[in-house]
Design a protein. Structure first.
Length: 138
């Protein structure tokens, strides 16, 4: 298991917890994953960045766009690099399905993506006062 560096997603049972898990599955499903470990903790717990790499077959369209260039995924460009690879943590924040982790090291880019999601009121930011996972109790 890899914990995503710099972000905290809602826990199972927490509002948007299932949506965050499902989104991560869609982002990662069927793709080659590249993990850049930032630290290893007790019991082999790895924290790092994860990038889902597009792995289409020759001739297969993996861009998520139709012939006019219109996005057909309904997901926009959340967390995607120019190659179509997608940083999972950045994508979850951009989709409003995670917080940048305020309890540890993070990045200006993650903070900026969270602010954008808040302004656009996407995902958990549709709630009046979403509770971050570090403060949530079942």
């Amino acid at each position: 298991m890899v914990y995503l560096w710099g972000i905290q997603a809602p826990r199972p049972g927490q509002p948007f917890g299932a949506a965050a898990t499902e989104a991560a599955g869609r982002i990662c499903g069927g793709k080659r994953l590249h993990v850049a470990a930032r630290r290893a903790g007790p019991e082999g717990r790895i924290t790092g960045s994860v990038v889902a790499e597009e792995t289409g077959s020759p001739g297969e369209d993996t861009t998520g766009k139709d012939t006019t260039g219109k996005d057909t995924t309904g997901k926009g460009n959340a967390g995607k690099g120019s190659s179509g690879n997608q940083d999972v943590g950045r994508a979850l924040i951009r989709l409003g399905l995670a917080w940048q982790d305020q309890r540890g090291p993070s990045s200006a880019q993650l903070r900026s993506l969270e602010q954008e999601a808040r302004r656009e009121e996407v995902g958990l930011w549709q709630q009046e006062a979403p509770t971050p996972p570090w403060a949530w109790r079942e």
